[in-house]
Design a protein around this ligand. Structure first.
Ligand code: NA7
Length: 530
């Protein structure tokens, strides 16, 4: 079979792949996108479970590369629901006529770099081959579903749904007995919806999570007008904050505040809702005693919201608040006041088995008709290591990352010339508002491709020393404060057998963006062009 050949092949047609396609076209390079799904949208294409919603406010979770787009688009709610975000992705694909350069339903199985020709050979599941000079994995941080290792999972005879692989058709839970396994963000969003519909819902909780109310509402049109009048200023202000969110951060210590001042700061953030809760004081993630005060504030809110004291205590997390990404909820805790829901704590004693009829825990069989698996993702590395990527001298990425990944800036890896990753491990990614950081990575990669093209370089590759230094720096930052004190997907602890390594960059958006700019200003420091 003769292979197709492009200057650039992008894998993934989520927000990263779509914008990169738009940028690469403008460089006058030939480009093709390979996408596993049947349409654009990435995360928002796959995660269609009831209640799926973004935890960043709509006016900030959107592209900013095209001012007409951001001025013309109207978001109906403060926090966008999955169908609205998917509609937006589809609108962007239509608006910039992106689909004509995308192969849908094509999953990349392997990628091999040939040193002599400096060409990547990409093979899809159906053996179709595409050759590329440059190859970009725009495959997302939370896209490789994590199935739990529970004995008998496949023996359940009723329907089993993973939240990250939800069917396109509506799932009807009415008159069903349903079990949800997991209590992360996907479960916290879907449980209120499932409970409203199902005859009975059993929730299997291994570790409770901290959820902050969304206080979602219809878009405030006056606020929308105001933001649109000053969109550029707001976007620029957001980039001066650690997470790239336009939220005021208090740098002060909680220990300098009186108990009343602490309470009112937390109450203010609680009433505002959402991910900005931890911005109340500067030392909440640095000092255990500071963190304990914030955690107890949230636990007291849970105790107020849940009527049964024992259930409330079971829902109260005891770990470091903020060490896992906070969840943003709508009616999650109140759902446990219903009489058709039961919480089963499997923290101390794990689920024993899944049988044809249901879930066995604590020696009891919970009979159910439908199983919902909400056990998250092989985060940050899974989508990269599940493809057999071979660089120079047949170096295997999965093999190299067996004991944890390492990258230069989360953008590139030594021994893997002409391969880039968008929001890879070692970049702020999941510690930030993803869309602006995706745009920053795409812009950086597109500029680098343009540079290689204009200078006539065949290859660009991260240098070994630069990668080593960057990765050591990422690990140093990861070990500051309390972030690694809790098992989480930030450290790979949610996937059995995965190396425990701190995956994102924790130095904040301003420092990271500056580093990327400095690298370019210093002649692409740490990259070798040939
Ligand atoms: P998460 O946040 O990784 O949550 C997965 C949940 O599944 C979490 O409560 C896990 O408990 C639980 N889990 C995993 N394996 C098991 C087994 N074997 N038994 C019981 N419970 C289990 O994934 P989400 O999809 O909810 O959210 C991911 C991100 O997407 C989220 O942070 C947002 O940024 C968007 P654990 O805590 O590991 O004990």
């Amino acid at each position: 079979m003769s292979a197709r050949e492009y200057d650039v092949v992008i894998v993934g047609a989520g927000f990263a792949g779509m914008y990169l396609l738009y940028r690469v076209r403008r460089l006058g390079m030939s480009v093709r996108v390979l996408e596993q799904g049947s349409d654009v949208g990435g995360t928002w294409y796959w995660n269609r479970y009831p209640g799926a919603r973004c935890d960043v406010e709509s006016m900030q979770y959107s592209y900013q590369f095209d001012d007409d787009l951001q001025q013309e688009w109207h978001w109906p709610e403060r926090y966008s629901a999955q169908p609205d975000i998917l509609k937006y992705a589809q609108h962007v694909a239509d608006r910039f006529d992106l689909r004509k350069d995308i192969d849908f339903e094509m999953r990349l199985a392997s990628a091999r770099f040939d040193e002599e020709s400096a060409i990547w050979t990409l093979k899809a599941d159906d053996d179709k081959v595409t050759n590329a000079r440059f190859f970009v994995m725009a495959t997302g941080c939370l896209s490789a579903p994590n199935w739990p290792k529970i004995e008998g999972l496949k023996s359940f005879t009723g329907p089993t749904y993973h939240t990250a692989l939800w069917p396109h058709e509506k799932v009807d839970f009415s008159s069903q007995r349903v079990a949800v396994i997991g209590t992360g963000s996907s479960a916290i969003q879907s449980i209120p919806h499932i409970a409203r519909e199902a005859a009975h819902l059993t929730v299997f909780q291994r570790t409770p999570n901290y959820a902050i109310p969304a206080h979602n509402r219809d878009m405030d049109t006056e606020l929308e007008k105001e933001i649109k009048a000053h969109y550029t200023t707001m976007r620029a202000r957001a980039k001066t904050t650690p997470g790239g969110l336009d939220v005021a951060y208090n740098q002060g210590s909680i220990h300098d505040a009186t108990p009343d001042e602490r309470d009112s700061a937390f109450e203010r953030n609680w009433q505002r809702g959402g991910l900005g809760f931890m911005s109340a004081f500067g030392d909440l993630m640095m000092d255990q005693s500071a963190n304990d005060i914030a955690a107890e504030f949230v636990r007291n809110k849970i105790r107020e919201r849940v009527k049964d004291p024992q259930t409330a205590e079971n829902l109260c997390p005891r770990n470091v608040i903020g060490a896992k990404r906070l969840c943003v909820d709508i009616d999650y805790y109140e759902t446990f006041n219903r009489d058709n829901i039961e919480l089963v704590d499997v923290g101390a004693e794990p689920i024993e088995q899944i049988t044809s009829e249901g879930v066995r825990a604590h020696g009891r069989l919970y009979e159910v008709d439908t199983l919902v698996i909400a056990t998250g993702f092989d985060a940050m590395t899974g989508a990269l290591t599940r493809v057999d990527i071979r660089g120079r001298d047949d170096a295997s990425l999965a093999e190299r990352w067996k004991d944890g990944p390492s990258t230069y800036l989360g953008l590139a890896m030594h021994e893997f010339p002409n391969l880039f990753t968008v929001t890879g491990p070692g970049s702020p990614s999941v510690f930030s508002n993803m869309l602006p950081t995706i745009e920053q990575h795409v812009d950086w990669i597109a500029d680098c491709l343009g540079h290689a093209k204009s200078q006539g370089y065949a290859t660009v590759e991260a240098e070994a020393d630069a990668e080593q230094d960057w990765w050591a720096h990422c690990q140093e930052l990861g070990n500051i404060g309390l972030k690694t004190m809790t098992d989480s997907w930030y450290v790979g602890a949610n996937v059995s057998g995965k190396a425990r390594v701190f995956l994102p960059y924790f130095g904040g958006i301003p420092a990271y963006f500056k580093k990327c700019e400095d690298v370019v200003e210093n002649g692409y420091e740490g990259f070798a062009f040939r």
